[in-house]
Each structure stands twice: as C-alpha cells, then as structure tokens.
Ligand binder design. Sequence first.
Ligand code: NI
Length: 432
Amino acid sequence: MRKISLIALSLVLLFISSSAQDMPKNYAALLKEVEPQLISWRRHFHEFPELSNREFNTGKYIVDFLKTLPNVEVKYPFAKTGVVAILKGGKPGAVIALRADIDALPVYERSALPFASKVTTEFNGQKVNVMHACGHDSHTAMLMATAKMLSNMQKEVPGTIVFLFQPAEEGAPENEEAGAPLMIKEGALDNPKVEAVFGIHISSQTPVGTIKYKSGSFMASSDWFTIKVNGKGSHGSQPWGGVDPIAASAQIIEGLQHIVSRQMDLTKAPLVITVGTIKSGVRSNIIPETAEMTGTIRTLDTKMQEEVHERIRNTVKTIAASSGATAEVVIDTKTLVTYNDPALVKKTIPSLMKAAGEENVSESTWTTGAEDFSFYAAKAPSFFFNVGGMPKGTDPKKAGPHHTPDFYLDESGFIVGVKAFCQLVFDYGKTK
Ligand code: NI
C-alpha cells in the first residue's frame, strides 16, 4: 500500500514539475531579461501619456520596438493610432489575439514619482492634465514584453499570435470613431481569423502577484443617456402659469431609482442608474422652459439592459406627462457586457495558475465598471481578467482607485501579466 502511494505521489510530483516545465528551456532566462525593459517602457509611457485617439507618439514607440523583433509582421496605423502585429509560431496551433489598450485619461497626477506625468493638452475644448490613471501604460508594456518573449521562442510557439495595441479604450472625443469597434471594423480579428481573445486589466486594488477572474458576465455594459424635459416658462412666483421642468426632473430622477429598486430583479444581476449632470435655469425667480440631464446605466445582463431601456423611456415620458411636460430620451450604448466564455475560462484557468501559482488565482465578483474589450468578446470566445498591481499589505480601501490623481501601481506585478499571456499562448495554442 505504502509503496503504491509513494509511486502515486512521485507520479503526481513528476506531473506537476513537468507541467511547470511546459515552456521552452530559455523561458526563465528570457523573463529575467525582459522585466527591466518592461518596467522602463511602462515608465516612458507613464511620463508621456496621450489621450484617446491622440496616441501618436505611443503608437510610433510601439511600432519602432516591434520592428526590431524577428518574425513579427507589423500593421500600422490601425484604428487611427493603434498597431496590430502578427507572429506565426513554428508549431501548428490556434490563432490567438492578445489585447492591450494604450490611451490615458484627462486626470492630474498627484505623485512624487520621478516619471510622474506633467503633460497637459486640450480635450473637448478644455485644457486638461493627462495621466495614465488606469494602468494602460502597464498593459502596453506587458504586451510588448510578451511579443519579445514569443518572438524569441518563435520555433516552439504553437499557432499564430495577433497582438492588438488598441487606442481609445476610454472613449474618444465627441463624434470620432474609436477603440475596439474600430479595430474590429478595420479587420483586426479577420486576417488571420482569430479563434480566441485574451485581455488583461491591471488593478490598483488587487494585491500584487495575484490574478482575479470571473466566468460569464464580468464587467458591465455602459449606456449613456440624455433626458431633455420640455416645460413652459413662467414667473417664479406663479408656477401654475407654466410647466416647471426642474420639478419634473426631480420626479424623474426619483422614478429612475424606483426602476432599480422596485422593478428589476436584482438577484439576476446588479443594475446602476446614475444621473451625472443636470442643467437648467438662469435665475432664482424664473421658471425655465427646459431642463437637461445626462447619466449612465450599468448592467451585467444583456436582457436586463434591453428591459431597463424600455422602462426608462416609459418612466420619463409618463412622469413628464403627469405635470404637462414632454420629454425626449436618447440612450447611446458605449460598451456591451464583457462576457468571459465559460468553456474558454474553464480550459485556461490552469494556465493562469501555472503563471501566478495556484494559490494566487481566485474568482472575483462582477464589476459595474465597463470595458470596450466587450466588443471583441461579442465576436470570438474571450477571456478578460485582472492582474494585481497593489503593493502587498496595503488596505484596498486606501489604495488609489483607477481614474483618480492618486492611482498607483506596484511594478513588480507586471511580469505576472507577461507570464499569463505566454502560458496561455503555449497551453491554449497547443490544444488546437
Ligand atoms: Ni482601463
């Protein structure tokens, strides 16, 4: 008995160690070599951030680097300032796309880092500071490092790898086409036909060294709405002489929250409706003619998304009508629900565990943040997951959140992203 269990144990150990050595012999040495480069690229992008659809220097920097890699075909520009690169591996396998977004945000950086951004520019007619306050600088650097690694292991790489360096994830200036939908429209997933897409988002509130994922719907859809209420002007002392669009707007805001709390089944998925702006009136004793509100809707279920649109239109119109006003509702879908293909997730979790260590990979809940990665996920089986960038021992509540001046990343987490990408390529690629 004892002998048998010892044999079984050594077989298990052999299996574990051989699975850890699934990667080419020079893998560990290449990782060691690429890490300082990865960090210096990230610092460069961090110091010189560019806003959505304006990533001119960022795009060129990526292209100049990719052109130094043997076996890599570069297509530029793509979706305005983006880059698509293709590496054909030496072994048969799947066509896999790996995606990084490359744009920064109109945020001021409050930091003493030597590579802190001092960049200012113009955005929708306003002067703004620019900061990589969502970590897209790290995404870009991780994907460049992955390209270098895979190019150096080309003979052993299974399948074909498509690197997507995508502009404008955060949303472009008004009336510009941008981001993942434009990458797709220009054929980023077509030639060669991509069979699976993987994407990473660094997280400033997830401990460094860890990976968090969720199967099925993971990140919310994002719709932006505008509600215009048309009333009738009157003297502020005689509201009965007009139709007050501000009072009607107050009822509408209340009504929108009743959709969330009283009408939708929140046990299926979360739902958020936020009114972010409201504009009306010029003076305290004049009832104005109109009021305008804008806001956002977040859902994690496509059917709920459709239903909530219908309910918002109905609620707004009937509340407005009850006071004699009329209202117009415009809803613009910015991103879809980011859906992680359950079969793909199940198949590739072991690769993430090999990359980060089994104990460092765990399931997370959904998030009401949104991602334009969702458009790739609507075209091909996809998997989008979080890699930790929060220094060990930090209280997540005290870590600078994304999109804020205090956003901060621990650079030692980036190599985990590179390992995850490489491992996914080798393991998933081979299964084809
Ligand atoms: Ni982001």
